[in-house]
Ligand binder design. Structure first.
Ligand SMILES: *Cc1c(COP(=O)(O)O)cnc(C)c1O
Length: 421
């Protein structure tokens, strides 16, 4: 059967035909058959260069041979024990070695769980209820943070089913705006448990922090006894071996990981300073638990992924990212267009917007309809990216120079087509 037919059936079995909303683009999404390295193949027989990469986790590309070997071996030894394993020590130690804020690690199963637990931990530690997030950041699909979030929620505003009483303690401010944050903290600072942030916003496209902004936030949080949480679910093990905190040289109190950490399998983790982390049950009074937490397959895949992600890996990958962005800018200029090429390291996105994009409000002014045309043209030209202006595109170590040439050519060709319409 073809994707079109399968999607009809799929919609009868599953709401919207998908297991996560962003996957349901119109008229129907392609159904995956298999994937390898930088490429994904659909059941209709078409192969694409993949810059969606599972929305970020696949920094080593699809079906990385060493990870396949490791999880095959692990599957034969059991996939769930319900008791601790030595491999959990190994992976936590690797995180502690790499990540500046990490004295201790708690494993869980997703980024959503990680940020939910990190916020609970900050509230437990400080005894305060209020939390601060930034407009357009996404911290997963749980109730505390589904307020002015990015990703799916940026295009489908405000979820039903969340009582106002749940989010009344969730305060939002614009990103990259020191004044707005300062004003809020001067007023509410002593009631605020934590500031949770994506260091680089990756769920409204891709937006970097302005120079000095992170230092400003770090100082402010110290002054008011506020826990600073870096949600590194995208940037962790992507920007550098110690994540965005190492890349920018600013150390939070707690951080969260997921995506890349599982080597392509489901995982989440909270890492942070010992005096805070020790508050998690069973040592402390902050409850956090999970049947599959630290599950042997994900842990094994994570260890095998991190083994391959050394400094030289990031040097090479980030250079490729720089080169691609430069090429895209050149091509866009040659076409006489005025679009924004945002990005950092191996992250990039083109905004259909004539003005620079440095926060959520500016991102939302982009032309999403034009983006959708661009997305479909790219598919025709053999490149798959996330089907939303408000997601980020990624590179993996499996993308060859030839892949990137093809990608930039496909982007140029697609832009030409949509602007001729
Ligand atoms: C994807 C994402 C999450 C949620 O992770 P899931 O594993 O999808 O639950 C949280 N924070 C950020 C920054 C993310 O990009």
């Amino acid at each position: 059967m073809y994707s079109e037919e399968l999607f009809k059936i799929s919609k009868e079995n599953m709401p919207g035909g998908v297991s996560s909303p962003v996957r349901a683009y119109k008229p129907y999404p392609f159904f995956a058959k298999q994937a390898s390295g930088s490429k994904i193949t659909d059941i209709d027989g078409k192969t694409y260069i993949d810059h969606c990469l599972g929305y970020g986790p696949l920094i080593l590309g699809h079906a990385n041979p060493k990870i396949v070997e490791a999880i095959t071996d692990q599957a034969q030894k059991g996939t769930l024990y319900g008791v601790p394993t030595e491999n959990e020590i190994k992976l936590s130690q690797e995180i502690i070695n790499r990540v500046p804020c990490a004295d201790m690690v708690r494993f869980c199963n997703s980024g959503t769980e990680a940020t939910m637990s990190a916020i609970r931990l900050a509230r437990g530690y400080t005894g305060r209820d209020k939390i601060v997030k930034f407009e357009g950041t996404y911290h997963g699909a749980h109730d505390y943070v589904l307020v002015k979030s990015g990703s799916g929620a940026a295009t489908h505003p405000d979820s039903k089913g969340i009582p106002e009483s749940t989010t009344q303690n969730t305060l939002s401010v614009p990103f990259n705006d020191e004044e707005a944050l300062k004003e809020l903290i001067e007023e509410e600072g002593n009631n605020i448990a934590c500031i949770i942030m994506e260091v680089v916003m990756g769920n409204v496209g891709c937006i970097k922090p302005k120079k000095g902004y992170l230092d400003f936030i770090r100082k402010l949080t110290i002054d008011y006894g506020i826990i600073l949480i870096f949600d590194e679910v995208i940037t962790g093990f992507r920007l550098s071996s110690g994540g965005a905190q190492e890349y920018f040289g600013v150390t939070p109190d707690i951080c969260t990981f997921a995506k890349i950490l599982g080597g392509g399998l489901p995982i989440g983790a909270i890492a942070g300073k010992q005096k805070i982390m020790e508050l998690f049950a069973p040592n402390g009074p902050v409850y956090q638990a999970g049947t599959f937490s630290g599950n042997p397959l994900s842990i094994r895949a994570g260890i095998t992924a991190l083994e391959q992600l050394d400094k030289s890996f990031y040097d090479t990958l980030n250079k490729k990212g720089n080169l691609l962005r430069l090429r895209l800018k050149d091509n866009i200029e040659d076409l006489g267009l005025n679009l924004q090429v945002n990005g950092i390291g191996s992250m990039f996105q083109i905004y259909f917007n004539p003005e620079p994009v440095t926060n959520y409000t500016e991102a939302k002014k982009s032309d999403s309809d034009l983006f959708t045309d661009y997305f479909h043209e790219l598919l025709k030209n053999g490149v798959f990216i996330a089907p939303s202006q408000f997601e980020c595109c990624f590179l993996s170590g499996a993308h060859s120079d030839e892949d990137l040439e093809k990608t930039s050519y496909a982007i140029e060709k697609s832009l030409k087509t949509i602007y001729q319409k």
